[in-house]
Design a protein around this ligand. Structure first.
Ligand code: ADP
Ligand code: MG
Length: 461
């Protein structure tokens, strides 16, 4: 489950995403600015050039005079040089009288609708391989005693004007790009600032101990409130589940173990009191079955307890030597019943750990040793404590191991040579889990003189 969550190909960086979004937006902005500024500059310069063109064509037209021989036209060169001021523009003109070209470029494209007065008519046309902007004005004049329409058309290329508009747009784009580069560190800082509260929250959670299930009261920005609420909800549910597990384990232990041992005692009593062979066989079977169930129940509960306490692990100083003595005392009666000699060599040993878990592990090791020892055999417990390592060894002279110890550690795994010895296969699982919770290690191996040797290494205090 965790692997799925932490799959590196699926992790996205919020910071990277924010920065990419910023860059993309900025690029769109730069492009937009380039286009808009280009358009506006083009329009503005076109309008001002039109004004100049209009003024020029009007000035030329106003300069036409009627003389006796016909018309007299002064081409004002100052006007032409004004038209070329924006660049090397080409300039064309045409004067017509009653539609007939009189002077200038006679093939100059005519206006779409002929001008009727001194208000210039502007239009565009292609002429001699260039795009021209033209202005045309008209005027009625008395020529050879006849009132005739005179039209003056002036055209110019607009290469310089277009270049200027393009330059303006390009400068605007560069400026925007510059601003974008300046804004990039600011965007990074902003992303950092946005992510900081999340990081702080993660820190606060990370610093908590595994048993700290108080709601998170850390002040967070309003946007994180839903996350915080969800987190607190989760913590509350976890706490409730843990409380339920705890209640269940303790209640079950109490309500299953006690009645079972009572039933077993009653059955044993009945077995002792009855002489009818058929009943005795039945009662013997009953005692056996009850023993099995109670052993299984005990181990399942022990396992649940170990898992629960591993989750809630809190180390305290534990006197392992005292625990070992207690364990030996507890198995004393069973050992005596089976004529098993129990020896020990226990050195003083203090470790940091969970007493209840260690007691359960020890009980399971001793239980196995007694269970699988030879009848009238020998079980030995040795506890040494040196170099920061406590080493607890439980050995017996029994049937030994028929299977790979690594396999026997698995849940509900039992050896092939257990015969009719009862068991649930959880004992070694429990011992291994206790060892891991204490950052220790558990080993099961054949004994030096036959039998089995179980070693529990734990870091000492
Ligand atoms: N001291 C021992 N001597 C021989 N075999 C053992 C010993 N301890 C454990 N085993 C083997 O390991 C198996 C798993 O042990 P355990 O988890 O305690 O389950 P159980 O004792 O209920 O069978 C046992 O079934 C047995 O085959
Ligand atoms: Mg066992």
């Amino acid at each position: 489950m965790m692997r799925g969550l932490l799959d590196p190909t699926r992790i996205v960086s919020l910071r990277r995403r924010l920065v990419w979004q910023f860059l993309l937006l900025s690029a769109v902005l730069v492009l937009g600015l380039f286009l808009v500024v280009g358009w506006v500059a083009d329009r503005a310069s076109r309008a001002s050039q039109d004004a100049v063109l209009g003024a020029a064509v009007t000035a030329i037209t106003e300069g036409i005079r009627s003389v006796d021989e016909g018309l007299e036209l002064d081409l004002p060169y100052a006007t032409f040089s004004m038209l070329g001021a924006m660049g090397d523009e080409r300039i064309f003109y045409l004067l017509t009288v009653a539609g007939q070209g009189v002077t200038g470029y006679e093939d100059l494209p005519p206006p779409p609708s002929p001008p009727t007065d001194m208000t210039p008519v502007f239009y565009g046309a292609d002429y001699r391989g260039a795009r021209l902007r033209l202005a045309s004005v008209g005027r009625m004049m008395l020529i050879q005693n006849r009132l005739q329409p005179v039209t003056v058309t002036l055209g110019q290329t607009r290469l310089g004007q277009a270049a200027i508009a393009r330059d303006t747009a390009r400068s605007a784009a560069w400026a925007a790009l510059g601003f974008m580069l300046l804004a990039l560190p600011v965007a990074l800082l902003a992303a950092q600032a946005v992510l900081q509260p999340i990081r702080t929250l993660a820190d606060v959670m990370g610093r908590r101990g595994p048993r700290d299930l108080r709601p998170v009261r850390h002040a967070t920005p309003r946007e994180l409130t839903p996350l915080l609420r969800a987190l607190n909800g989760l913590i509350a549910r976890l706490r409730a589940a843990l409380e339920l597990a705890e209640t269940f384990i303790f209640e079950a232990a109490h309500r299953i173990r006690t009645p079972l041992s009572l039933v077993r005692a009653e059955a044993e009593l009945a077995l002792a009191e009855t002489s009818d062979e058929a009943t005795r066989i039945r009662l013997r079977r009953m005692v056996r079955a009850i023993g099995e169930s109670s052993r299984s129940a005990n181990q399942i509960l022990d396992h649940a307890m170990v898992m629960y306490r591993t989750d809630q692990y809190a180390a305290a100083r534990v006197d392992l030597a005292a625990l070992a003595h207690d364990g030996l005392r507890a198995i004393g009666p069973i050992a005596e019943m089976r004529d098993i000699r129990v020896t020990h060599d226990i050195a003083p040993c203090l470790i940091e750990g969970d007493e209840r878990m260690l007691e359960i592990a020890l009980r399971n090791l001793l239980d196995n040793a007694i269970k699988y020892a030879a009848p009238e055999g020998h079980v030995d417990l040795t506890l040494t404590c040196a170099d920061g390592q406590a080493c607890l060894i439980v050995s017996d002279d029994g049937r030994g191991l028929s299977d790979d110890p690594a396999q026997l550690i698995g849940r509900f795994r039992r050896g092939g040579n257990v015969g009719d010895t009862g068991g649930s296969g959880l004992g070694l699982t429990i011992v291994t889990e206790v060892a891991h919770a204490h950052r220790g290690r558990f080993q099961l191996k054949p004994g030096q003189r036959g039998g089995t040797c179980a070693l529990l290494h734990l870091p000492s205090a």
